[in-house]
Every structure is written in structure tokens, then in C-alpha cells.
Design a protein around this ligand. Structure first.
Ligand code: SF4
Length: 317
């Protein structure tokens, strides 16, 4: 059981992505981003389903095959390993309540999250339409868990989105660990206001409405809340939506800033909107003004600091 620990952010990962030599050919698929950057802030839980079911390394490669409309995983020797991989996934996935994210190896018939090659049983033709057998069980048992594949993490927008979700889920797990009360739930929502608005404005309003009557059943509301929140955060944020939120935040400084400072902030937001500056530029300026003109409500906004700055995730978007 991978227990939750408020002091550690645990993230599951396909073992080969951490450099473990567990691939069918005895190699690995080490991810630099995971091992050199993200590993400074999270504790990885590396697992290799194919090794775990007793296939050694090196081993015959595995393929997904569409057999009478059933997807099976078969080794190059003809052994069917579908049940073994599925059972392993079914045993492990319920133990992942303490994880805050999972990074899967792309294209793998065991770990692939999407677009895994599925071969026709005749041997002729294939389509990139499968999900790895282990990954499918993981998704079924842990629908809230942020999942991403190594290849997709090279995209700055997808990378930032994934890490945002990991930190947000961990924040939520801390709240659960502490104990959910109506007041804590409302305070949590208040801190996530601008992050939610950026990702999905309607969800921000809907989640707010959900919290409007907490006399019913706090536990039930909390479950619906986190489901809606993780769903909302899975939407990537467009420049337009970020601009909207930045302009909202700009409004808080209307009276505090000099005309020159106001102009500078408006220009920086505009240049971000036009793609001339990265998101980090207006955010840095806003944080600077916030230091000069403290505002408790803004200070607590996760939108301004959703993940460690050292990851430099807002330089590329
Ligand atoms: S993709 Fe999954 S099953 Fe394949 S080597 Fe990596 S961890 Fe093991």
C-alpha cells in the first residue's frame, strides 16, 4: 500500500522511465525531465508490470492483438499474458490512493495510456487505438489520478498541466488527511478560484454552487467537488483564458499602482496575449506588485504559484 504522506508527493512511474533496465531488450527509456527535474520535488514509485508478472529481461516483446473483438496481450512466442497483466493492475491500482500522479511509458502494450498499436489477428494491419493492459486497470481504479505519458511531457503545455494537477491533487489529499469540514472546503475553493477560472470558467462557478449548501453531506459534496475540480484542471489553459485571469488580478491593483506601473502591467499582459512574452512575465510582475502591496486574498491564490518555480514550467507557455 502506497500510503499518503503530507510531506512527500508520491508519483507512480513506469520503471523504465527512471532508467531501470527493465525493457524487453534489457534497456531503459530514462526520461530526463522526470529524473533530473521532477524528481527534485516528488518521490517516484517505479513499477514495471511486465517484470512484476515474472517476465524477465531480456524477454520476447509483447503486442496487443484484436482477437474476435477482444484485445489481448501476446508475447512474440505466442503466450497470452493478458490475464497476468490485468490481475497485476487490479491488485496494484487500488493501493495507489496515496499517489498524486502517474507517468506512463508511451506506446507500451502494458503501460501505454492511449494510441497503443493494436494488431489485427490475421497479422495484417494495425491501428493506434489501444490502451496498455496495466494502464487500463490503473485508469479504471484511480479516475482522479493525474496521468501522463513520457512523450507528451515534452510538450510545455501538457507538462505544465500535468504538474499543476499533481500538486493540486496533493493539496487536496492534505486537506483530506487533515479532515474535511465545510469551512476548510470553502477555504480550499477560495484558494483555487483563479486557477479554476483559467482552466474552466464554468466549472469554477459550478463547483462554487456545489458548496453553497454544505448542510447536506460534506463528505458527499467533497467527493463531487474533487471529481469536478480534477476534471476542470485537465483542460489546458489557452492564452485567452490566462489573459482573462491576469486582467482580473490586475484589477486588484487599480488604486495601488501609479499610472506608469499600470501601463507596464497592461503592456506585459498584452505581450503575453500576443505570444511575445511567456506567462512567467506577467505573473512575475503581479507577484512583485503583490509584495509591494500585500493582499491576503491574492497571496493565497494557487494560480500565482501552482508548482515550484525551479521547474521553470511557465517559461515555455
Ligand atoms: S513500459 Fe512498462 S512494462 Fe514496459 S518496460 Fe517500461 S515499465 Fe516495464
Amino acid at each position: 500500500m502506497y500510503k499518503f504522506d503530507p510531506k512527500v508527493i508520491r508519483v507512480g512511474i513506469s520503471g523504465c522511465l527512471t532508467g531501470q533496465q527493465v525493457r524487453f531488450d534489457g534497456g531503459h527509456k530514462r526520461s530526463d525531465f522526470c529524473t533530473e527535474q521532477l524528481a527534485r520535488f516528488v518521490e517516484f514509485v517505479p513499477l514495471c508490470p511486465e517484470m512484476a508478472i515474472g517476465l524477465g529481461t531480456p524477454r520476447p516483446s509483447i503486442r496487443l492483438i484484436n482477437q474476435d473483438e477482444q484485445i489481448i496481450a501476446q508475447t512474440a512466442k505466442g503466450d497470452d499474458v493478458t490475464s497476468a497483466l490485468r490481475d497485476y493492475g487490479r491488485t496494484m491500482a487500488p493501493q495507489f490512493d496515496g499517489l498524486s500522479g502517474y507517468i506512463l511509458c508511451a506506446k507500451s502494450p502494458s503501460c501505454g495510456m492511449e494510441r497503443v498499436r493494436v494488431y489485427h489477428e490475421s497479422g495484417k494491419g494495425n491501428a493506434k487505438e489501444g490502451i496498455g493492459i496495466y494502464a487500463a486497470e490503473l485508469m479504471r481504479a484511480q479516475p482522479l489520478l493525474p496521468l501522463e505519458e513520457d512523450g507528451r511531457l515534452n510538450d510545455p503545455v501538457l507538462r505544465e498541466n500535468f504538474v499543476t494537477r499533481v500538486f493540486a491533487l496533493h493539496d487536496w489529499q492534505c486537506l483530506r488527511h487533515e479532515g474535511i469540514t465545510a469551512a476548510r472546503l470553502i477555504a480550499f475553493h477560495s484558494r483555487y478560484k483563479y486557477l479554476l477560472m483559467a482552466h474552466h470558467r464554468d466549472s469554477y462557478q459550478r463547483l462554487g454552487n456545489l458548496l453553497s449548501d454544505l448542510s447536506v453531506d460534506v463528505e458527499q459534496t467533497a467527493n463531487a467537488y474533487i471529481e469536478g475540480m480534477m476534471q476542470a484542471l485537465s483542460n489546458n489553459v489557452s492564452r485567452k483564458n490566462h489573459t482573462n485571469v491576469l486582467q482580473h488580478l490586475q484589477g486588484y491593483f487599480k488604486r495601488e499602482l501609479s499610472p506608469r506601473q499600470r501601463q507596464e502591467l497592461a503592456r506585459t499582459i498584452h505581450q503575453y496575449r500576443e505570444g511575445i512574452l511567456p506567462l512567467l512575465a506577467p505573473i512575475t510582475l503581479l507577484r512583485h506588485y503583490l509584495e509591494e502591496h500585500p493582499n491576503d486574498y491574492l497571496h493565497q491564490q494557487v494560480y500565482l504559484n501552482p508548482h515550484p518555480e525551479a521547474l521553470r514550467l511557465r517559461y515555455g507557455i
